[in-house]
Design a protein around this ligand. Structure first.
Ligand code: HEC
Ligand code: HEC
Ligand code: HEC
Ligand code: HEC
Ligand code: HEC
Length: 269
C-alpha cells in the first residue's frame, strides 16, 4: 500500500469514527426517562448507556413495556439501591440472572413475579412444570415466553407449539405426546380469536357512546366477555389446555354477540 492510499484509508476510518460518535450521541440523547423517574438512578444511568449493547437494549425493552408505564422500575425485579448515584453502591445485591442466587434466575422467577402477579403465579404453581422447575429444572419459566417483559408475549401459536414440542414431542425426551403441542396451538389461536373480537366490540361500543345510544345490555355483556378472557389468560399458566380453550371460546361467543348487535344498530342509522 502506498502512502497516499494509507492516508486515504485513515481519513475514511476517521470519518466513519466521527459518524459513529455523532450518531451514537444523538441516539443517547433521545433516551429521556419520564419525570416520575427522576430520582431513580437505575433508570437515570441506564438510560444514558450505549454499551455494552446487551445492557443498553434491556433498557429499551423496559422502556417500551407496560412495567415502565406502571412505575415498575428496575430494582422491583433486580434488587439494588436506586437512591445511590454510584454504580458500585447501586449494584449491591444485583446479580446476573444466570446466577442461581439471583431473584431472576429462571428457577426463582415465579416467586419474584408473585409480588405483583399472584393470580398468574398461583395458576402456574399448580402445573407439573413448576414442580419440575423447582426440582430438576425442566419446564418453561416466565421469561421463556415473556422475555424481558417487552410489551406482549413473544410466542405466536406456531412458536408456542414449537416450544411445547421441544419437550413433549421429542424422542430423546419424556414420552412423546404430540397432542400437547397441537392442542397448545389451538388454545393460543382461540385466545387470539377471542381477543380480536373483544377489541372489535370495544371499538363499536365506543362509537355507540359517541352517538349517545343507551348501551346498558351491551356494556354488561362486553364486561363479561373481558372478564372471561382475563380468566382464560391467567388459567393458561396452569397448562390445563381444555379449560382455557373453553373459557376463550366463551369469551369469543360473548364478544360476537355484542359486536353483531352493535353492527346491526350502526347499519340501521
Ligand atoms: C451510575 C450508573 C449506574 C447505575 C446508577 C446503575 N447501573 Fe446498572 N449498570 C451500569 C453499567 C455501566 C453496566 C454495565 C456493566 C458494568 O459496567 O458493570 C450495568 C449493568 C447492569 C446490569 C447487568 C449486569 C451484568 O453483569 O451484565 C444490571 C442487571 C443492572 N446494571 C441493573 C441495575 C439496577 C437494578 C440499578 C439500580 C438499583 C442499576 N443497575 C444502577 C451502570 C449503572
Ligand atoms: C418485571 C421485572 C423486570 C424489570 C422491571 C426489569 N427487568 Fe431486567 N430482567 C428481568 C428478567 C426476568 C431478566 C432475565 C431474563 C432475561 O434474560 O430476559 C432480566 C435481565 C436483565 C439484564 C441482562 C442481565 C441479566 O442479569 O440477565 C439486564 C442488563 C437488565 N435486565 C436490565 C434492566 C434494567 C436496566 C431495568 C430498568 C430500566 C430492568 N432490567 C427492569 C426482569 C426485569
Ligand atoms: C412491582 C410489581 C410488579 C412486579 C414485581 C412484576 N410485575 Fe408484571 N406487571 C405489573 C403491572 C402493574 C403491570 C401492568 C398491569 C397489569 O397488566 O396487571 C404488569 C404487567 C405484566 C405483563 C402484561 C404485559 C402486557 O403488556 O400486557 C406481563 C406479561 C408481566 N407483567 C410479567 C411479569 C413477570 C414475568 C414478572 C417477573 C419477572 C413481573 N411481571 C414482575 C407489576 C409487576
Ligand atoms: C408457555 C408460555 C408462557 C409462560 C411459561 C408464562 N406465560 Fe404469562 N402469558 C402467556 C400467554 C400466552 C399470555 C396471554 C397473552 C394474551 O392473550 O394477550 C400470558 C399472559 C400473562 C400476563 C397477563 C395476564 C392478563 O391478565 O392479561 C401476565 C401478568 C403473565 N402472563 C405473567 C407470567 C408469569 C409471572 C409467568 C411465570 C410464573 C408466566 N407468565 C409464564 C404465556 C406464558
Ligand atoms: C423444557 C421442557 C418442557 C417444555 C418446553 C414444556 N413442557 Fe410441559 N412438561 C414438561 C415436564 C418435564 C412435564 C412433567 C411430565 C411428567 O411429570 O410426567 C410436563 C407436563 C406437562 C403437562 C401435564 C401432562 C399430563 O400428563 O398431565 C402438560 C399439559 C404440559 N406439560 C403442557 C405443556 C405445554 C402446553 C407446553 C408449551 C406451552 C409445554 N408443556 C412445554 C416439560 C416441558
Amino acid at each position: 500500500m502506498n502512502r497516499r492510499r494509507k492516508l486515504c484509508l485513515l481519513t475514511l476510518l476517521l470519518a466513519a469514527g466521527m459518524f459513529w460518535f455523532v450518531s451514537a450521541n444523538q441516539i443517547g440523547a433521545a433516551q429521556q426517562p419520564k419525570p416520575s423517574y427522576k430520582n431513580n438512578n437505575c433508570v437515570n444511568c441506564h438510560s444514558q448507556l450505549l454499551e455494552p449493547l446487551g445492557v443498553s437494549s434491556r433498557y429499551l425493552e423496559w422502556q417500551l413495556s407496560s412495567h415502565e408505564e406502571r412505575g415498575v422500575s428496575c430494582e422491583k425485579c433486580h434488587g439494588g439501591e436506586p437512591s445511590a448515584k454510584d454504580k458500585e453502591k447501586a449494584h449491591v445485591g444485583v446479580l446476573r440472572s444466570s446466577n442461581p442466587q439471583s431473584r431472576l434466575h429462571w428457577k426463582n422467577q415465579p416467586e419474584t413475579c408473585n409480588a405483583c402477579h399472584q393470580n398468574v403465579v398461583s395458576s402456574f404453581v399448580q402445573s407439573a412444570h413448576y414442580q419440575r422447575l423447582k426440582g430438576i429444572g425442566l419446564g418453561p419459566s416466565c421469561n421463556t415466553c415473556h422475555e424481558h417483559m417487552a410489551t406482549k408475549v413473544i410466542y405466536s401459536p406456531t412458536e408456542t407449539a414449537n416450544l411445547c414440542a421441544q419437550c413433549h414431542d421429542s424422542i430423546n425426551f419424556i414420552q412423546p405426546r404430540p397432542e400437547i403441542p397441537a392442542r397448545a396451538k389451538e388454545t393460543m389461536l382461540a385466545l387470539q380469536r377471542a381477543d380480536a373480537v373483544v377489541n372489535w366490540a370495544r371499538l363499536l361500543l365506543a362509537e355507540g357512546r359517541r352517538r349517545n345510544w343507551p348501551l346498558g345490555v351491551e356494556e354488561n355483556d362486553l364486561k363479561l366477555a373481558e372478564e372471561t378472557l382475563g380468566e382464560a389468560r391467567v388459567k393458561w399458566h396452569a397448562f390445563n389446555l381444555e379449560s382455557v380453550r373453553k373459557q376463550a371460546d366463551e369469551a369469543y361467543f360473548r364478544g360476537v354477540k355484542v359486536k353483531e348487535a352493535l353492527r346491526k344498530r350502526l347499519g340501521a342509522e
